[in-house]
Design a protein around this ligand. Structure first.
Ligand code: TXA
Ligand code: MG
Length: 319
């Protein structure tokens, strides 16, 4: 059975023995192991059932450790790290030679960030290696934002989960790579395009090339509930068309009345996108657990975190 633990010391000991453990971050929980150790890395892929072509994010305790992992840091990357670390921004940089191929899927780049969570920062302080960690969910499913989500996913394993409460951002990090030293957005995430452009100016966006998934979050079907899920342009019409079904409704700020609605989650009655992002995966987990016939969701405003939420909903509803 999976175990939820509040002891940073116990989890540090496990990781030092090249075991893996789930850790909290401000975005989602991660499934962590020693980024320098192949035995630990293989355990991550095995438990998550993640294909080896999908590389991992390396978590470091401070920007001071960046040169342990990255061989070259373009000027724009330095500006972004200074502006957003610790925080939900992942930088894809030329890797140091000693970073194992399992971390990078054989690429010459490595994804790295400093997570902004006090428990995991104190864990990293106790370790003399960085932690490679993908989100702590089976490949393709909804990311976990609470320890109990991880425990439910891996109930049949002996995984230890470090308790860190509910994730404050609730949606994955934004991933930025560099082409000719200029920033390129690979995955929409918790840091908005607007916030990044405030620091470095106009940003090239390459999140659509699903044929060649440079970043795993780019794989088109992802973040998916078990329940059939649709993204609606018109909630009332979708309710009408599906009137014989038992429906879960997931909306931004409006509540709806209809006889087929069995459960309803309104992410932010005040229309606050950050609040909606924080609650998105939690609400999807709750609705999915009810095992009804259909989850109906809607398009969010197409700016700031609304773009990130729409990206995740689009992938969650992809057939
Ligand atoms: O917020 C987050 O980023 C969370 C927490 C745990 O840090 N982690 C996370 O990991 O979302 P994961 O594995 O679910 O997504 C990592 C993404 C993948 O889409 C992968 O393709 C991309 O990072 N990635 C990793 N290394 C890369 C590389 N060298 N080049 C391009 N993309 C890379
Ligand atoms: Mg993931």
């Amino acid at each position: 059975m999976a175990l939820i633990s509040s002891s940073v010391q116990d989890v540090a000991t496990l990781l030092q023995q090249n075991q893996i453990a789930a850790i909290p971050t401000e975005t989602v929980y991660g499934l962590a192991g020693n980024a320098y150790n192949e035995t630990a890395l293989k355990k991550i892929f095995e438990l998550k059932q993640r294909p080896f072509y999908n590389p991992l994010i390396v978590h470091i305790k401070s920007v001071k450790d960046l040169n342990l992992v990255a061989a070259h840091v373009p000027a724009q990357a330095q500006l972004l790290a200074a502006a957003f670390w610790p925080g939900p921004l992942t930088l894809v940089l030329k890797k140091q030679a000693h970073i194992p191929d399992l971390v990078t899927a054989g690429k010459d780049t490595v994804a790295v960030r400093v997570p902004n969570h006090p428990v995991t920062l104190s864990l990293l302080e106790q370790l003399d290696f960085p932690l490679a960690a993908p989100s702590a969910n089976p490949f393709g499913s909804i990311s976990p934002t609470k320890a109990v989500h991880v425990a439910n996913y891996f109930a049949g394993s002996s995984l230890t989960i470090l308790e860190g409460g509910e994730c404050s951002n609730g949606i994955e990090s934004t991933i930025i790579g560099f082409e000719n030293d200029l920033a390129v957005l690979y995955r929409l995430g918790s840091i908005t395009i607007e916030a990044i452009e405030n620091v470095i100016g106009p940003l090239q966006i390459k999140t659509q090339s699903e044929a060649t998934p440079t970043a795993p979050g780019m794989i088109s079907k992802h973040y998916a509930p078990k329940t059939a899920t649709i993204l609606s342009d018109n909630i009332l019409e979708s309710l009408h068309v599906n009137a014989t079904k038992r429906i879960d409704l997931l909306t931004f700020k409006n509540r709806f009345e209809h006889q087929s609605i069995v459960a309803q989650q309104v992410l932010s009655p005040n229309g606050d996108l950050a609040e909606a992002a924080t609650h998105l995966y939690h609400a999807l987990h709750e609705l999915d657990q009810l095992d009804l016939d259909l989850i109906i969701t809607e398009q969010f405003p197409k700016h700031n975190l609304g773009r990130t939420i729409n990206d995740r909903l689009k992938r969650a509803t992809k057939k």
